[in-house]
Design a protein around this ligand. Structure first.
Ligand SMILES: Cc1cc2nc3c(=O)[nH]c(=O)nc-3n(C[C@H](O)[C@H](O)[C@H](O)COP(=O)(O)OP(=O)(O)OC[C@H]3O[C@@H](n4cnc5c(N)ncnc54)[C@H](O)[C@@H]3O)c2cc1C
Length: 500
């Protein structure tokens, strides 16, 4: 059979459908895969998007999209995907530490979208961006529908098994897959070819070795999930972070008119969740739920009633690794992950898709056959993405370490952090978390401001009471230890995420 030229009317579509051949093969129609497929298709590229399960996903991930992610989604031309899915507007966070709430709303911004009080304080009136929370499956279905409707994209339900390389080169030429025969139900081998293959197969990627070698994610805890029905959150339209004196962080956010997601962080191997203590269910029932606001507890206990262990997902940290693409690029969670405490994963995915598509624009890279141009674009992408992603990643990891404090210095830093919020220093931290402040110096400034406030508060406690000044040397030693701990938490993360 002769292959129609790409320029022929419908030629590219026929090449995708009949010859399984396109400019780019994207593996995984999840958050990143859909976004990059759509962005490249909008630039006129012919795209094959391969997904193993096209049914609506039922997952406990990717349910809150930060304002920075909403902005990137709109620029990708996919802003409509948060409409018509019963999404709930989110105005920021209500952080409840030991039953005391601190409101951390998304910051006020000027007409150009710049945060006005990024270094200090918080705006009282003015425009504030919003996030959206929703059922992950409904959102993914909308993203997939947009790809299915795009004339330059062909979506195929097939499971990718391996990448294919040329006989005399290690350049990836496409992928081998298994496609279910609709009539017999049997899985048959299939092959898809692209000048470029983009792999975005998620947190448990089978293809890391192909692109970044033996890098493994670090997992210190898991999130266990409940879906609460018709519960009453202390504040409507705010995500809630709850930390008790003896509990690890719990997240609460409404994902539909009637549904609220609860995610309980359970560090691996903690005695509170040991079999003797009743396992994870025991920890959630006896320790974590009683620390929730009283209005939420009945729905949480009810959601536990089915007797099952709640669904869980590992909370992974995988810093990015430089890639020298030979026909394949690994992206999304497969490439870079952070603790989901701050809900930053999708914001990273959409801003990465936006940046990469701009760097691969046909005006810069006319053909994906030009391996040198792709290598140059991916190199620029690696360093430029850090303005957004290093902030989100470092903040997520550092905040988690503070919120799940397990020693004296970390507890001091945790106290300092909540006092910082109580004093109204919220616009900077929340703007960083939202993905709308893209200046790493602002993150460093707020982190060390919290550290200095922590050692000051700690010194006040140590030196309280008559003749307390005699304990000043003790306070000084503690101050050094707290500052040292803050540096140990922050600086290695900054080095790994920002400079490597
Ligand atoms: C508990 C938890 C909660 C989270 N909450 C949030 C949140 O509220 N907000 C936020 O922004 N981020 C959140 N995240 C992170 C976010 O979910 C991820 O960053 C995001 O989903 C990554 O997108 P991705 O496209 O890389 O992977 P995914 O969205 O997982 O997509 C991967 C796709 O690849 C497909 N696939 C896999 N293997 C193959 C194969 N062999 N062949 C074909 N297809 C394949 C999968 O079926 C899937 O559709 C959370 C993460 C966790 C763990």
């Amino acid at each position: 059979m002769s292959v129609p030229p790409v320029s022929a009317p419908g030629g590219a579509r026929r090449r995708r459908e009949h010859h399984h051949e396109a400019d780019v093969v994207v593996v995984g129609a999840g958050v990143f895969g859909c976004a990059i497929a759509f962005a490249l298709a909008n630039q006129g590229r012919s795209v094959l998007l391969l997904e193993r399960w096209m049914t609506e996903p039922n997952r406990i991930v990717g349910e809150l999209l930060q304002p920075g992610g909403i902005a990137a989604l709109k620029q990708l031309g996919l802003g409509h995907c948060v409409e018509g899915i019963d999404a709930i507007p989110c105005k920021g966070y209500n952080v409840i530490f030991d039953h005391i709430p601190s409101l951390v709303p998304y910051p006020t911004v000027d007409d150009g979208g710049e945060v006005i009080y990024s270094w200090s304080g918080s705006g009282k009136n003015g425009k504030r961006p919003e996030g959206r929370s929703f059922h992950h499956g409904k959102f993914i279905t909308r993203l997939r529908e947009s790809c299915l409707a795009h004339e330059n994209i062909t979506v195929v339900e097939t499971e990718v098994i391996k990448t294919m390389r040329g006989e005399y080169t290690d350049h990836v030429l496409g992928v081998e897959t298994r496609t279910k025969d609709k009539e017999t139900g049997k899985r048959k081998p299939d092959y898809f070819f692209g000048q470029l293959t983009i792999i975005a197969d998620g947190y448990d990627s089978n293809f890391r070795k192909d692109a970044i070698g033996d890098k493994k994610a670090t997992v210190k805890s898991k999130f266990y999930a409940l879906e609460l029905i018709d519960t009453i959150l202390p504040l409507k339209n705010y995500g809630h972070v709850i930390i008790g004196k003896n509990t690890f962080p719990t997240l609460l956010y409404q994902i539909g008119t009637h549904e609220t997601r609860a995610l309980f962080d359970v560090p691996i191997g903690i005695p509170e969740a040991s079999p003797a203590a009743g396992g994870v269910r025991g920890y959630i029932k006896n320790v974590a739920i009683p620390a929730l606001p009283p209005s939420v507890q009945p729905a949480a206990f009810k959601a536990l009633e089915d007797g099952k262990i709640p669904r869980s997902m590992p909370n992974s940290w995988l810093p990015p690794t430089k890639q020298v693409p030979k026909g394949v690029i690994l992206l999304g969670d497969a490439f870079n992950m952070r603790h989901p405490l701050t809900g930053g994963g999708m914001t990273v995915a959409f801003s990465d898709a936006l940046l990469l598509s701009r760097l691969l624009d046909p005006s810069r890279v006319p053909s994906f056959e030009d391996a040198k141009a792709i290598r140059a674009a991916v190199n620029v992408f690696y360093w430029r993405r850090k303005n957004v992603t290093s902030i989100i990643n470092v903040l997520a990891q550092a905040l988690y370490t503070l919120f799940a404090a397990n020693d004296r210095q970390l507890h001091a830093l945790q106290n300092g952090c909540f006092e910082y919020f109580q004093r109204g220093m919220t616009d900077g931290p929340c703007g960083l978390l939202a993905g709308i402040i893209q200046r790493p110096a602002v993150l460093a400034y707020h982190f060390f401001s919290v550290a200095f406030l922590s050692l000051w508060l700690n010194a006040l406690v140590i030196c309280a009471g008559p003749l307390g000044f005699l304990k000043a040397p003790l306070a000084l030693i503690d101050a050094v230890l707290i500052l040292w701990k803050a540096s140990c938490v922050f600086l290695p993360l900054v080095w790994r995420e920002g400079f490597q």
